[in-house]
Design a protein around this ligand. Sequence first.
Ligand code: SF4
Length: 236
Amino acid sequence: MNIEAAIAARNEFRIGEVAIRFEGPLGIISGPRMGSTGPARVASDDLRELVRTDDHGRYRPLPGARTMPGGWEVRCHSADELLDAIDAIYPLALRHIGQHERGELRVIPLDEVLRRQSGRYAVAASLGVEGRKAACNTLCGRCVRTPVWCEAALPPGGIPCPEPCSVLVSLCREAALWDTSPPAPSAPVAGLPFARFDIPGNEVRETYLADRAGAPLAGSPSLNATALPGDDALVG
Ligand code: SF4
């Protein structure tokens, strides 16, 4: 999908968890989970702040996480305002989509990212291939982006992710420590900080641990099986 072309033609489209439609001179972005009472009107200048937290007020360290607050819409008065609003919601997504379409997206594999870590994150590089696969499956499965860095195929309308993000590196660090000293599983606790993988009950942590134990948690999102990375995509 070429988003600039869709906007120029005033064709509705979706990107990640939001929908874009056109009414008269306006381009309107709608968040997820529209209630029956109608959406809250948000100014485009306030959008970046709005999407910093989820419906429970938790900070969203991963802009692509499927935890977008719901029930809002933004009315944009020009194509530039609309493009800026999308960039506030999903930083760099438009640039990466364009680069992917032109075959210019620079992709960096997980092993390269883990090997360049230092200090407290250096241990992340010791995570084995099965742990890397489980970390990718657990975290990227909760993200609207498609990790093309692990050779996942970009679906139509998808947002390519060219490089493992810092949240994934953080999960790999914890997972490497768990490999040497496996923690006891806990029941997931709703409302814990998204990226505090060191806290028992963190949903991502418990999903990862269950996956590694061969007992996936029911209802947990994960990457499409065909998108799971092959071993070559995860090790140097
Ligand atoms: S590495 Fe995975 S979780 Fe992080 S931004 Fe990319 S697709 Fe999303």
